[in-house]
Design a protein around this ligand. Structure first.
Ligand code: AMP
Ligand code: ZN
Length: 133
């Protein structure tokens, strides 16, 4: 719906009404630098279609998702990340830590990224504290 697009930051980046540091775009997808990088290289890859999250993917989106992953792989290679490796993340919903409700992949690299999530019981991270907030 047009209204969804108007209210969505990443739709507005996709249609160039909000600026971004664009690395790549085609008719279906765009890739740009994350404004608050969590790694030396942090790129976001989005579909131009407004899909709120992985939870709302439709069977007909399968090829588009493959396209996004393929773009991520190409950008990683172009940025010299392929040899040492990198991480491709798609946060979904509240528990997944998704803040922007327009599906996106995070491509993170440029240093060792550590464990992909905290262990359930960890010295430096207490799930119970987070849930009390
Ligand atoms: P997530 O928490 O998975 O929804 O990730 C949203 C990401 O979007 C975060 O890493 C933010 O730093 C990033 N972000 C928010 N606003 C912008 C923006 N205007 N341009 C680029 N990245 C953004
Ligand atoms: Zn959107």
């Amino acid at each position: 719906m047009a209204k969804d697009r108007d209210n969505c930051l990443f739709c507005r980046i996709a249609d160039h009404t909000v600026n971004s540091q664009l690395l790549y775009e085609d008719d279906l997808a765009a890739a740009f630098l994350d404004i608050n990088p969590r790694a030396p290289q942090h790129v976001l890859i989005i579909p131009k279609k407004h899909i709120p999250s992985l939870a709302e993917l439709k069977p007909e989106d399968a090829a588009l998702m493959g396209h996004l992953v393929s773009i991520a792989s190409r950008i990683a290679a172009e940025q010299g990340l392929a040899e040492k490796g990198y991480r491709l993340v798609c946060n979904c919903g509240e528990n997944g830590g998704q803040e922007i409700p327009h599906l996106h992949f995070h491509l993170l690299g440029g240093r060792f990224l550590g464990p992909y999530t905290f262990p359930l019981e960890s010295d430096n991270f207490n799930l119970a504290d987070m849930e009390d907030e």
